[in-house]
Structures are given as structure tokens and as C-alpha cells.
Design a protein around this ligand. Structure first.
Ligand SMILES: Nc1ncnc2c1ncn2[C@@H]1O[C@H](COP(=O)(O)OP(=O)(O)OP(=O)(O)O)[C@@H](O)[C@H]1O
Ligand SMILES: [Mg+2]
Length: 234
């Protein structure tokens, strides 16, 4: 589903990604872990076509990112650090706006359903500018999935969410997985990664230093692997 070969990204004089090779199958849920500044968000931005790679090859669903980025964008859902929402719009207006960009059918109904799913029906018509961080994150998650993307790119999606919203988000990811969605999730939250991911990739200094499958939601195993690769503890 996602094929990345020898990907590099240089910004100014800094080599942020130093040769990333990664292959992800349809329906996989992959957690990307790594220390601050490792290049995780940069990798997602390149996949979302927000920034251009310096060199290397990326294919998503058989399409080449260099040539077919418009086609690829249609099947991608991207949740960045910043919410991308319009402050003066309500949740409903924001979701209808983004849904229309993607040509979503019955967009108002779909938007209202999603607002309900993320537990904010009560605030359906309130401007987003008065929302707390966690509320904004909930709507941002709904925005990222309104067009039922085949590939979901999530950058620290659990940040700022309360326990209820974490459960909602995890259910969203798992139910999309059942429909065949492929998810790439950058996170510092090992517990959530262990709970919902099938596979963990560890990025350090712009390179993948470990890539393994996890079974039985083993948080201890993820922490152990991370410490070994990132903190040099064995
Ligand atoms: N446009 C840019 N110009 C110069 N340097 C950049 C640019 N964007 C990112 N960087 C640098 O690239 C490195 C990787 O940044 P990135 O945001 O990908 O890290 P990250 O792994 O997501 O970290 P965090 O866990 O803190 O979110 C950082 O050192 C950052 O300063
Ligand atoms: Mg980041």
C-alpha cells in the first residue's frame, strides 16, 4: 500500500531524513516512535505532499507521489499537529467545508454523524474558536476521516485528549482498520501504540532503526525495544 525507498529530505543545511525505506501493507496500523526532532512529522508531511522530498521514491496505492499527488491526496486523511480548522466556523460548518472539498455525498448528515461520534453534538453549531484543546482535537480527527480515506496519517493524535476521547479515537482507528484503512501514527504514547498498532517503527536521526510486529498489545515489549534503540539501554 505504501512503498518508500531511499527517501531523504534536506532543509537548509540539515539532513532531516537520511534514507528511509519502509513498506506498509493495506490494512496495517503502524506506530512511528522516536525522540523529538527525529524526523517523524517530516516523514508524514512528505507523505501528505505538504513538503517535497529531496530524493527517493514513494508509492501509495501503486501511484507515484511525484506524478500523482492529486490522486493520492483524495485517498489520504492527514491529522497534523495544528488542527487546520476554521476558527469562526462551527464543527458542522468545518466538516461540511472539508467534506465538500473531497466531494463527500450527503455531507451534512455525514458531518453531523461524525460530530456525534466524537462526542460534541452539544456544540454542533458553536464556533470552534471557543473550544478547548481536546475539543478541537476531536473535531480535527473527524475532519481527517470525513472522506473515509484509505490511508490515514496521524501526527500525535492522542495529545490533549481525555480518557473518553482516547477511547473514541482508538475505536475510530480500529473500525477504519476493519474497513481496510492503512494507518500510520506518530506518537509518544507507547500505551496507545501498543494497544492499537500491529507494528512499530522506531525513527532516530532521520533513519529507521527498528521495525517489528507487536502481538498481545505488549507495552513492555515496545518500551524495551525503544530503550534499546533510542536510549542505548539493554
Ligand atoms: N523547514 C525546516 N527547516 C529546517 N529544519 C527543519 C524544518 N522542518 C523540520 N526541521 C528540523 O528537522 C528535524 C525533525 O523535525 P520533525 O518535526 O520531523 O521531528 P519529530 O520527530 O516530529 O519531533 P517531535 O517528536 O518533537 O514532534 C528537527 O530538528 C527540526 O528542527
Ligand atoms: Mg513531530
Amino acid at each position: 500500500m505504501i512503498e518508500i525507498k531511499k527517501l531523504t529530505k534536506q532543509a537548509e543545511n540539515k539532513l532531516i531524513l537520511r534514507g528511509v525505506d519502509l513498506s506498509i501493507h493495506k490494512g496495517e496500523t503502524v506506530g512511528i516512535l522516536g525522540p523529538n526532532g527525529a524526523g517523524k512529522s517530516t516523514l508524514l508531511k512528505v507523505l501528505a505532499s505538504l513538503i517535497k522530498p529531496t530524493s527517493g521514491m514513494i508509492k501509495i496505492n501503486g501511484l507515484d507521489l511525484k506524478k500523482d499527488s492529486l490522486e493520492i491526496k483524495k485517498i489520504l486523511g492527514y491529522l497534523p499537529h495544528s488542527s487546520l480548522l476554521y476558527d469562526h466556523y462551527s464543527p458542522l460548518e468545518n466538516l461540511v467545508f472539508f467534506g465538500n472539498i473531497y466531494g463527500v455525498k450527503n455531507v451534512e448528515q455525514k458531518a453531523a454523524e461524525l460530530v456525534k461520534e466524537v462526542g460534541l453534538s452539544f456544540f454542533l453549531n458553536e464556533p470552534v474558536k471557543n473550544f478547548s484543546r481536546g475539543m478541537i482535537q476531536r473535531i480535527a480527527i473527524a475532519r481527517a476521516i470525513i472522506h473515509e480515506p484509505e490511508v490515514l496519517l496521524l501526527d500525535e493524535p492522542h495529545t490533549g485528549l481525555d480518557q473518553g476521547a482516547i477511547a473514541i479515537l482508538n475505536n475510530v482507528i480500529l473500525s477504519m482498520k476493519e474497513k481496510g484503512t492503512t494507518t500510520l501514527m506518530v506518537t509518544h504514547d507507547f500505551k496507545q501504540a501498543a494497544e492499537i498498532c500491529d507494528r512499530i517503527v522506531i525513527v532516530k536521526n532521520g533513519k529507521i532503526v527498528d521495525d517489528f510486529r507487536i502481538e498481545n498489545s505488549s507495552l513492555g515489549y515496545v518500551s524495551q525495544k525503544y530503550e534499546l534503540q533510542v536510549e542505548g539501554v539493554s
